[in-house]
Design a protein around this ligand. Sequence first.
Ligand SMILES: Nc1ncnc2c1ncn2[C@@H]1O[C@H](COP(=O)(O)OP(=O)(O)OP(=O)(O)O)[C@@H](O)[C@H]1O
Length: 272
Amino acid sequence: MAEWNEPLIAPPIISLRGIVNRFGTQVVHDGVDLDVKRGEVLGIVGGSGSGKSVLLRTIIGLNRPAEGSIEVFGKSMLDMNDRERRQIEERWGVLFQNGALFSSLTVVENIETPLKEHTQLPPELRREIAELKIRLVGLAPEAGAKFPSELSGGMKKRAGLARALALDPEILFLDEPTAGLDPIGAAEFDELIQSLQRSLGLTVVMITHDLDSLAAICDRIAVLVDKRIKVGTLAELQRDDHPWIKAYFHGPRARAAGIGGSAGEPVPQPAN
Ligand SMILES: Nc1ncnc2c1ncn2[C@@H]1O[C@H](COP(=O)(O)OP(=O)(O)OP(=O)(O)O)[C@@H](O)[C@H]1O
C-alpha cells in the first residue's frame, strides 16, 4: 500500500512542453508536448520530414529547441551545466540508424568506448563487461574481434545496441532499429528489444516506420502530425479521425501487419 506521501502517479521519465524547432523559416515543431512513462515502450511515427529525428536529437541534447522545456529524470535539460549533462547522458543509451559504430575499432572496442569515457574501470573489467553485452544482444563471442565492415546489417545493429547498453542505461533511444532488416531479422530484433526491456526494466523510445514493431512491442505510439504530437495506444489511434493517422493505421501496410482492421471507407495514403 502506498505511503501517504508517495505520489500515486509516477512522474514521467521524460517530459516535453511547448517544444518549438525551426530551421530558418521552416517550422518543424510548433508546440510539441510529450510525457514518456517509466518502463514503457513508446514508438514515434510520422511522415517523412515530420521531425522524428529532430525530436529525438532535441531530447538527447543534440539540438537546442527555439522554445519549450525538456525534463529527463525530473531535471531540466536546457539549463544544466556540462557535468550535470554528462551524468544524465550516462543514464541513457542511443542506437542511431546505421549503428554508428567506429569503423576503425573492433566490436568489443566499440562497446568499451562509453566505459572508457564515463568510468574509471580497469581495462580487464571493461573488456569483461563488453563481452557480457555481446552475449546479451545475442552475438557470438567471436563477433567481438570483428570490425564493423565484417558484420551483416543485423549484426551491426546488435553491436550498436550492445554499445548503447554498455553503461546499463535506464532509457534506450532507438532510431529506426529495424530499418534495412528483412522481416525475420526485424521480428527477431523486436523480440530482442522487448526481452531486454523486460529483463532490464528499460524505458524505450523508438522512431520506427515498422508497423509490425509498433503492433508487437510498443505500449503507446506518438504520432507527429501538423508539427505536434498525438499520443495513444494503437487501439486509440486506430479510432483517430486525423487523415494522416487514419491512412497510416488503416492503409495497406497496416493491413499487411494485421492491424488495419476491417476495410472501411477509402482514405488518403501517407507519403511514406
Ligand atoms: N540541421 C538542420 N538544418 C536544417 N534543416 C534541418 C536540420 N535537421 C533537420 N532539418 C529539417 O527538419 C525537417 C525534419 O527532419 P527530420 O530528419 O527530423 O525528419 P524525419 O521525420 O526524421 O524524416 P525521415 O522519416 O525522412 O527520416 C526536415 O525538413 C529536415 O530537412
